[in-house]
Structure formats: C-alpha cells, structure tokens
Unconditional design. Structure first.
Length: 162
C-alpha cells in the first residue's frame, strides 16, 4: 500500500487563497473526518493507514524529512488569473527554484530538499485552483468554490486509481 501525502497551503484569511484548506477539509469529510480549526493548524492529519493530510500557510523546509517517507504527494494551492485554467494539474520534479520572496518555498524546491538531504522524494503532482478574490475574508468566492469541487473530485479519482 502506497503512502500518500496531500499538502494544502495558502492563507484561509485571504478569501480564495484558502482554497487548498477547503479542498482538504472536503477530502477529510469524504473519509469520515471532520476537521475543526485546531486540527487545520496542527500539520499532519491521518485519514487512513496510507493517506495523510498536511496543512499550513506555506510550504516549509522542515517538510523535507517527512516527504522522504511517502511514495506519492499531491500539493494543493490557489493561483490567480495569470493562469486561465480553473484547475491546473502538473507533475512536480525535484529541482531548486529561485523565488523572489524569501518566505516562498515551491513544491519543486521542497522535493529537492527531500531528495538531497534524505535520499528520496515522492512522485508528486501540483493541483492548483484558480482564485478570484484575495481580500481579507474567510469565504471563498462562488467561482473558486466551484473550482474547489473540481479539484476535490480530481484528487478523489486520482486516489481511487492507486
């Protein structure tokens, strides 16, 4: 049985930037788990023997060690109108990517840390959800809520294939 980690990151206080948090809460619900606000801030949440969730405001270097213990990973984040697709799915390879922001770690860089420091990293994809409103709010816009449903269905179908 493959060990799978779904990583959701973004700011749930900034409207549609919380799309990953809502997506992971919905996936948890699918597996019979109700996530409250405290659980959403604790990091790792076990759904099944082979499936875990991880939630945070951003990816952090400390994930590298944990990632090395998984066979597959799904990174979930929000994107802006610069990317036209409602839900974009891309493979993620371990490679260092320079970022103009000192606090920003990309999925590729996170995997590179895992591979270089701990000798391995999971086969990974990025599921990126289009957002429209990033103001101070705890609510997703209607359009992003629909995109979250699409992303959730994609992830659940992906999990069923494995």
């Amino acid at each position: 049985m493959k060990r799978i980690l779904i990583l959701g990151y973004g700011n749930p206080d900034r409207g549609d930037d919380g799309a990953a948090w809502v997506t992971l809460a919905n996936i948890a619900s699918h597996f019979g788990h109700v996530l409250d606000n405290e659980q959403l801030e604790t990091g790792f949440i076990t759904l099944t023997n082979s499936l875990q969730l991880w939630l945070n405001l951003q990816l952090i270097p400390e994930l590298a060690e944990d990632l090395a213990g998984f066979e597959q990973a799904i990174f979930v984040d929000a994107h802006t109108e610069e990317i036209q697709e409602d839900v974009r799915v891309l493979p993620v390879q371990p490679e260092y990517q320079n970022s103009p922001f000192t606090h920003h770690l990309t999925p590729s860089s996170c995997l590179a840390l895992s591979k270089n420091l701990y000798g391995g990293c999971p086969q990974s994809i990025l599921v990126s959800i289009r957002g429209y409103e990033f103001g101070f709010s705890h609510q997703l816009s209607l359009r992003t809520s629909k995109n979250v449903n699409k992303a959730e269905q994609f992830i659940l179908n992906w999990l069923e294939k494995d």
